[in-house]
Design a protein around this ligand. Structure first.
Ligand code: 5RP
Length: 227
């Protein structure tokens, strides 16, 4: 599948998800190229169908800017007590709907919005589907103060760490932290790794989203859209 074909699929999944948003909802909006199509489709619904949300939060300044360009008012997660529905992309989705996220570096806010959401829908093209979590390095956001120790410990554990880079420098997240991508592939015991990372000092968040997603909208190259 070339990029243009993949973008078409992302767009189809995004349009379907935009049709599932109802007026009066508190909506969470994720980050990434698939979500960018979703925001455009949602913006059109606002303009053409008069879609009126109760509140909206998002997971990156990129998405915020795009939502505001469509006239949406974007609030802060700390100002609301729950999110009715979150629409986000994912880098990999396993058969049981476990996922790897954070390819765009927004994993910390994405997980915080997710954990406060009553329902989560991921929108993906078929290339993201895997039987077991694999095929994508696992992003781990770490505090700069102890990042070298974290890197060495991951190396010693055989987790194949790599610094995420951006124009020759370490990638810096929204919160001023770094990302270490773990090239462990496949992830043999996702819950075990999540538990280890959850208990590692200096790790802010990781991209294992286990048991969080309720529904996945998948656009297939044979024209089928599945959810
Ligand atoms: C960003 C994410 C994205 O949802 C994920 O990377 C999918 O992105 P895309 O839709 O561009 O493939 O987790 O941190």
């Amino acid at each position: 599948m070339n990029k243009q074909e993949q973008d078409e699929l992302k767009k189809e999944a995004a349009i379907k998800a935009a049709g599932m948003v109802k007026s009066g909802m508190i909506l969470g909006v994720g980050t990434g190229s698939t979500v960018a199509f979703f925001i455009d489709a949602l913006g059109k619904r606002r303009k053409e169908d008069g879609l009126k949300l109760k509140a909206m939060v998002t997971t990156s300044s990129r998405s915020k800017k795009q939502l505001e360009s469509w006239g949406f008012k974007v609030g802060k997660l700390s100002d609301i007590d729950h999110v009715d529905l979150t629409i986000d992309g994912s880098d990999r989705v396993a058969d049981n709907f476990d996922g790897i996220k954070g390819g765009g570096g927004a994993l910390t806010l994405e997980k915080n919005v997710a954990i406060n959401s009553n329902k989560i829908i991921w929108i993906v093209d078929e290339s993201k589907l895997v039987h077991r979590l694999s095929g994508f390095p696992l992003p781990v956001e770490v505090l700069p103060i102890s990042c070298e120790q974290n890197f060495r410990r991951f190396q010693a554990e055989g987790l194949k760490p790599q610094w995420r880079m951006d124009n020759g420098k370490r990638f810096v997240t929204h919160y001023g932290n770094y990302i270490i991508d773990l090239a462990v592939d496949p992830i043999p015991v996702p819950h075990g790794l999540a538990d280890y990372l959850d208990h590692t000092v200096g790790v802010v968040e990781h991209g294992l989203f286990l048991g969080m997603c309720d529904e996945v909208i998948i656009a297939h190259s044979n024209g089928k859209i599945e959810d």
